[in-house]
Design a protein around this ligand. Structure first.
Ligand code: 0PR
Length: 399
């Protein structure tokens, strides 16, 4: 077979394997269409270029499987140390948890735990309408009924509506610390009080905000309460593969203490490394993810992460200033964190997004607005060139 023929067949499994060099060349060509974070064109994603140390570590330890911790006890211990550090970041040294496949898995684990603890038939889950779609998935999987509560004028979960939604069937209430669309932090303090008063489980989805908000106080910013300091909070999602700079997959779930997870723990007796207890959806789990998270927490320290957050917030400020100088568009609301909503008062946001995409910008489109996430890969030069293009787009659409 000629090389040409080999390449033409690159979408079927060949009878006889192809040389490494051919595979590598073909992948280079096939993957060219993918966007890169370093191009600065990805402005609507909550993921970013992983830290170089994490990449190195990931490659070095990719064979470790935390699904069989008896084979990799040292890696399992590093996961526990990473969880302890994340727990301290969220004000709870006794937190128990796992580095999981995603924020979606973390949210599923929280609802699964709450459901099993409550022992109610077709229990109800109260979330703000701004909650991530992982809660829709979780409720479908767990046969729970999802109740979506309206927002207040600041796009936060409306506390009164949340309390009114509580019934005898409620098993869990969810507050979001850094919403997917606008980066808003729900009034978790009030939700904690409601949860305690009605004896219901409170889960906080800080998948994004978990690596941002803990540094606000030290940065001299207004720091909304959202973590385990609030007594009603039973679990928190915190994803290292978002603002934690870790490679995918690195979601995270933290429970208040080890007793919480008993409700979903399964004994797996037959493993090569010996019997274990699992409370994740996944069986086989990446040890490299946990080791990379451990290494980043140790290497960057609080100071390093604080500097990352500070820089992202500084650029967010520049972006907002620039947007406010362009006719025909405005921000949806003053951003709390490095997530900005942009709306147009002359045309549909979809048209703006379409024009931006033609110019190579990958922004996220929500109903009525565009979302920009100023992640660590975004530089001032990217913001400036985006604002220039946005100005041109608005002129064109206005004309
Ligand atoms: N909770 C919140 C608040 C989220 O924003 C997300 C995802 C999740 C949970 C679920 O996390 P996983 O995606 O890890 O399961 N938020 C991002 C979003 O919808 C996911 C994402 C990431 C989308 C990168 C696009 C992208 O390029 O924006």
């Amino acid at each position: 077979m000629t090389l040409q023929m080999m390449l033409r067949r690159m979408n079927e499994m060949p009878e006889k394997g192809l040389p490494k060099s051919v595979i590598l060349k073909e992948l280079e060509t096939k993957l060219q269409r993918d966007l890169t974070y370093s191009s600065g064109k990805i402005l609507g994603s909550m993921c970013t270029e992983p830290h170089s140390l994490a990449k190195q570590i990931y490659l070095q330890y990719f064979e470790k499987n935390l699904g069989d911790p008896g084979l990799f006890p040292a890696a399992a211990e590093l996961e526990q140390e990473a969880i302890r550090m994340l727990g301290l970041l969220l004000s709870n040294p006794n937190a128990c948890g796992r580095i999981v496949s995603s924020g979606t898995e973390a949210n599923i684990l929280a609802l699964w735990t709450a459901r099993n603890r409550a022992k109610k038939e077709r229990g109800e889950v109260i979330v703000p309408v701004s909650a991530h779609c992982s809660f829709d998935k979780a409720c479908d999987l767990l046969n729970l009924k999802l109740i979506k509560v309206r927002l207040n004028r600041r796009f936060q979960m409306d506390v009164k509506a949340a309390e009114e939604a509580v019934t005898s069937k409620t098993v869990v209430m969810v507050g979001v610390a850094g919403t997917t669309g606008l980066g808003v932090v729900d009034p978790i303090h009030e939700l904690s009080e409601i949860a305690l008063a009605h004896n219901i489980y409170l889960h906080v989805d800080a998948a994004f905000g978990g690596f941002v908000l803990p540094f606000f106080e030290e940065l001299g910013l207004d720091a909304p309460e959202f973590d385990f300091r609030l007594p009603g909070v039973c679990s928190i999602t915190i994803d290292s593969h978002k603002m934690g700079l870790a490679p995918i997959p690195a979601g995270g779930i933290l429970f208040k203490d080890a007793s919480m997870t008993e409700a979903i723990s399964m004994r797996v007796p037959y493993l090569a490394g010996g019997e274990t207890e699992q409370f994740t959806v996944m069986g086989t789990r990446s040890g490299a993810s946990s080791i990379a998270v451990w290494a980043l927490l140790m290497h960057l320290g609080r100071e390093g992460y604080k500097a990352v957050v500070e820089q992202c917030l500084k650029l967010t400020g520049k972006l907002v200033e620039g947007i406010q100088q362009i006719d025909g568009i405005d921000i949806v609301t003053q951003p709390t964190i490095n997530v900005v909503g942009i709306k147009s008062n002359i045309v549909d946001a979809r048209l703006v997004a379409k024009e931006l995409r033609k110019r190579g910008w990958a922004v996220a489109l929500f109903p009525g607005y565009i979302r920009i996430v100023v992640m660590p890969h975004v530089k001032l030069s990217h913001i400036e060139s985006f604002l220039e293009d946005l100005g041109k787009v608005m002129k064109k659409l206005d004309g």
